[in-house]
Design a protein around this ligand. Structure first.
Ligand SMILES: Nc1ncnc2c1ncn2[C@@H]1O[C@H](COP(=O)(O)OP(=O)(O)OP(=O)(O)O)[C@@H](O)[C@H]1O
Ligand SMILES: [Mg+2]
Length: 271
C-alpha cells in the first residue's frame, strides 16, 4: 500500500529564478525504506523538506505530494505542524541542533509530546523512558534532567529517535542521520534504524552519502543528480547493477574514497 506519492515536484529559488528540483516523482510504500543518494547539492534535502513544508519561503514548491490521502502542499503552516513529528518525523544530520541550549532535554521532549498527544506529563515520562531504554540510553531520568550541552552528539541523536518513535509516526525522514557521529556511534545509530525497520510499522526515507549505510537499510534506492531523479530501483538493482552511467560513476568514486580511507586507517604509507 502506497503511503507517500510525490508527483511532478518542482522547486526553484524564487529570488534568482534558479531551478533546484525538476519534475521529481517517487513513492514510498507503507513500512518500506527508500534510500536517496546523490552528490552534494543535488537536491536531496530540499526535496525531503518540501514534503513537510520546511524549506525557507524563498524556495517555491510546485507539484503534488500525497501522504496518507492528505494533499501536503495545500496545507497551511498550522496544519503542517500537526503532521510534523506526529505522522512524519524528521531526523536531521545534527540531532544537537534541534535542541534549544537553554532548556533541559526533558522539558523539550515533554513539550513536543504535549503538542501531539493527549497524554499526561506522567504518562509522557513513562513513554519517553520506555523508548529511551529501547534506544540504549541508560539512566533516562538523569538524561531528561540534562541540558543539551551535557550530552554527546550520539546521545542527542538517539534522543531524537526516541522522541520520533514515541510519537509513532507513519514515516521517518532521516537526512544523513549518522554523518556527524564517530564510527562506533554511527554503527549504533544505524543498528537502531535497522531495529526500527524490523519492529515498527513505519516507513522511512533515508538520505545518506554512505553507500554502505544505504546497503544496510534501504529496500529501494533513488539516485538524484542536479535536481532530477535519474535512477530508481530495488537496492540490489541500483547498487549492484546500475543502469545509468552517472550511478556507476557515483558508486565507483564512493568505493575509491572508502578504499582510500580504509587504507589510511590501516596505516598504509602509499595510500
Ligand atoms: N535556502 C536556500 N536558498 C537558496 N538555495 C538553496 C537553499 N537551500 C538549498 N539551496 C540550493 O538547493 C540545492 C540543493 O540543496 P540540498 O541541500 O537539497 O542538497 P543535498 O543534495 O541535500 O546536498 P548535501 O548532500 O550536501 O546535503 C543546492 O544547490 C543549494 O544551493
Ligand atoms: Mg542535504
Amino acid at each position: 500500500m502506497t503511503l507517500l506519492t510525490v508527483q511532478h515536484l518542482f522547486i526553484k529559488d524564487s529570488w534568482t529564478n534558479q531551478p533546484i528540483v525538476n519534475d521529481v516523482n517517487f513513492t514510498v510504500d507503507k513500512g518500506e525504506v527508500l534510500g536517496i543518494i546523490g552528490e552534494s547539492g543535488s537536491g536531496k534535502s530540499v526535496t525531503c523538506k518540501a514534503l513537510v513544508g520546511l524549506n525557507p519561503k524563498r524556495l517555491s514548491v510546485e507539484g503534488k505530494v500525497t501522504f496518507n490521502n492528505v494533499q501536503m502542499l495545500t496545507l497551511s503552516e498550522m496544519q503542517l505542524r500537526k503532521h510534523r513529528g506526529k505522522d512524519i518525523a524528521m531526523i536531521m544530520q545534527q540531532g544537537s541542533r534541534a535542541f534549544d541550549p537553554s532548556f533541559t532535554v526533558g522539558k523539550q521532549l515533554i513539550e513536543a509530546m504535549k503538542v501531539h498527544t493527549q497524554l499526561s506529563i506522567q504518562e509522557i515520562e513513562v513513554t519517553l523512558t520506555e523508548f529511551m531504554d529501547y534506544m540504549g540510553l541508560n539512566k533516562p531520568k538523569q538524561i531528561l534532567k540534562s541540558y543539551p550541552y551535557m550530552l554527546s552528539g550520539g546521545m542527542l541523536q538517539r534522543m531524537m529517535i526516541a522522541l520520533a518513535l514515541a510519537l509513532k509516526p507513519k514515516l521517518i525522514i532521516a537526512d544523513e542521520p549518522t554523518t556527524t557521529l564517530d564510527t562506533i556511534t554511527q554503527y549504533d545509530v544505524l543498528q537502531a534504524f535497522k531495529d526500527i525497520k524490523l519492529n515498527f510499522d513505519c516507513a522511512m526515507i533515508f538520505i545518506s552519502h554512505d553507500l554502505t549505510v544505504i546497503n544496510h537499510i534501504a529496500d529501494r534506492v533513488v539516485v538524484m543528480r542536479k535536481g532530477q531523479l535519474i535512477e530508481e530501483g530495488t537496492k540490489e538493482a541500483v547498487l549492484y547493477q546500475p543502469q545509468q552511467e552517472y550511478t556507476q560513476y557515483l558508486l565507483s568514486t564512493r568505493k575509491k574514497v572508502n578504499d582510500y580511507f580504509k587504507s589510511v586507517l590501516r596505516g598504509e604509507s602509499n595510500a
